[in-house]
Design a protein around this ligand. Structure first.
Ligand code: CMC
Length: 438
């Protein structure tokens, strides 16, 4: 019997099977040979929410959730946050290694050249209601871009993929800033390609009547760090959406819209917005014990706490906490910080959170910084989505070029009605029609 294998006895038939173990996994398809008779479909696995299923092999991001480690292409997130820029990190994620100076220059030039949006997109934005959520605008507008760049459908052409990567990374800050300014009735500010990626984003967000916007270097760098931290996070909900939609060979603009739609949810990228709302509801430090009581009673969740993978302090939250101090030197302290710090202190001493290994995640402190920098709460999920585009595109391309991948198509356990005949409407008993609701 090979050492790296699992022996399974099917007690229904008494047959014994040997399943190879590779990288700590067995292949689900190896279970298919386990049948009660030749007509049996074969054994399947049942894994709601993919709690214990690897959907791909990846070489991009590594997380050790118990140790609180996050690596992009092998590089610790702490080192990238300290030394890298967002566009260099985007290159690293996409290409697999750090660029030379020359390659980085070409890469940055390539992205920067694509920051402008087609004027029809600006007109398209005018169709949204004045109080539209910027994340809704973001999802719709990214999807609409696919109609402007039809060559993005040539997904097996490396050059088309490269240009699409440039376009997406370059245009999402423009979309995000336009969506924000539209929502507050400000004239849009066009990109300034002399500025850095984050400096230009601040320009498009906050430029007033001054002839040229000069970003504060501390805030510009803080945003760079936040973008690096959010650039990828292996097979989370939105990345899985990107890979699943991409597996149907949908163009990347449309697939990114699907990924962003997943990120919009309050359990995922919408959590940073939910944290701010929660801190405002709590209002003051003396109200924290009552809020903790409600969390423990299952009435509310402690937003920004807990993670499917991290059962330790999220390393990104640790870096963000440090970045907050630098930002507050410039902006003045966000009063919500004191509530957040006290909330964290109390939670980390409480057995409910300790026993469940619930620690602050990336969203717990990011919103407090974004708010101090002047971003409205509704923009927070958009600020998460923008840098994640680099990760989504890298993960999408890896999946696309993986010869083992096919169109994603999970199985189900069917527990519904057995075959039955259609009943004419006049013969239907109320009991047969199920719910009383129309
Ligand atoms: N507040 C209170 N209890 C919690 C929380 C929380 N934030 N998170 C988990 N729990 C409890 C949960 O009720 C369960 O308790 P019990 O065993 O008694 O039923 C236990 O902890 C295990 O939780 P789970 O729901 O099985 O964990 P999960 O892996 O399915 O959910 C999560 C992960 C992130 C959706 C969840 O922790 C959560 O809803 N957190 C708040 C939302 C949030 O901050 N999301 C951002 C995640 S990080 C950014 C990203 O990558 O998206």
């Amino acid at each position: 019997m090979p050492e790296n294998s699992l022996t399974v006895t099917d007690n229904r038939t008494g047959k014994v099977y040997s399943l190879p173990i590779e990288h700590g996994t067995i292949r689900a398809m190896d279970l298919r040979q386990i049948k009660t008779d030749p007509h049996d479909f074969g054994l399947l696995t049942y894994d709601p929410a993919f709690m214990n299923t690897c959907s791909c092999q990846s070489r991009i991001t590594f997380i050790d959730g118990d140790a609180g480690i996050l690596l992009y292409r092998g590089y610790p997130i702490e080192q990238l946050a300290e030394h890298s820029t967002f566009l260099e990190t985007a290159y690293l994620l996409y290409r697999g290694s750090l660029p030379t100076r020359e390659k980085l220059k070409m890469w940055v030039d390539g992205v920067t050249r694509h920051t402008i949006l087609h004027e029809n997109i600006r007109r398209f934005l005018g169709g949204f209601h004045y109080d539209a959520h910027p994340m809704g605008i973001f999802v719709a507008t990214v999807s609409a871009l696919s109609t402007f760049y039809q060559e993005s459908k040539q997904i097996f052409d490396p050059e088309a993929r490269r240009i699409t990567f440039y376009r997406l990374v370059a245009k999402v800050p423009t979309i995000a800033a336009f969506a924000y300014r539209y929502s507050i009735g400000m004239p849009i500010a066009y990109p300034d390609n002399e500025l850095s990626y984050t400096g230009n984003f601040l320009n498009m967000m906050f430029k007033g009547t001054e002839p040229r916007y000069r970003p504060d270097p501390v805030l510009e760098r803080a945003l760079e760090v936040l973008f690096i931290l959010h650039a990828d996070h292996e097979q989370n909900c939105s990345t899985s959406a990107m890979r699943v939609v991409g597996s149907a060979h949908t163009d990347p603009f449309t697939a990114i819209a699907a990924a962003a739609a997943a990120l919009y949810g309050p359990l995922h990228g919408g959590a940073n917005e939910a944290v701010l709302k929660m801190l405002n509801v709590i209002g003051s430090k003396d109200k924290i014990p009552e809020y903790i009581r409600r969390v423990k009673a299952g009435e509310v969740k402690l937003m920004g706490f807990g993670h499917r993978v991290y059962k330790n302090y999220d390393p990104r939250a640790r870096i963000i906490k440090r970045t907050a101090d630098e930002v507050f030197e410039v902006t003045g302290k966000n009063p919500l910080l004191d509530i957040a710090l006290e909330l964290e202190r109390i939670a980390l001493e409480d057995d409910y959170f300790v026993s469940r290994k619930l620690y602050p995640n990336v969203d717990f402190y990011s919103g407090i910084i974004y708010q101090a920098m002047g971003f409205p709460t509704e923009m927070f999920p958009v600020l998460f989505a923008m840098p994640r585009v680099a990760g989504w595109m890298s993960q999408w391309e890896e999946g696309l070029l993986d010869p083992e991948q096919k169109i994603a198509r999970p199985r189900q356990i069917y527990l519904g009605a057995e075959r039955r005949d259609y009943v004419p409407i006049e013969q239907r008993e109320p009991a047969l029609t199920g719910s009383m609701l129309p």
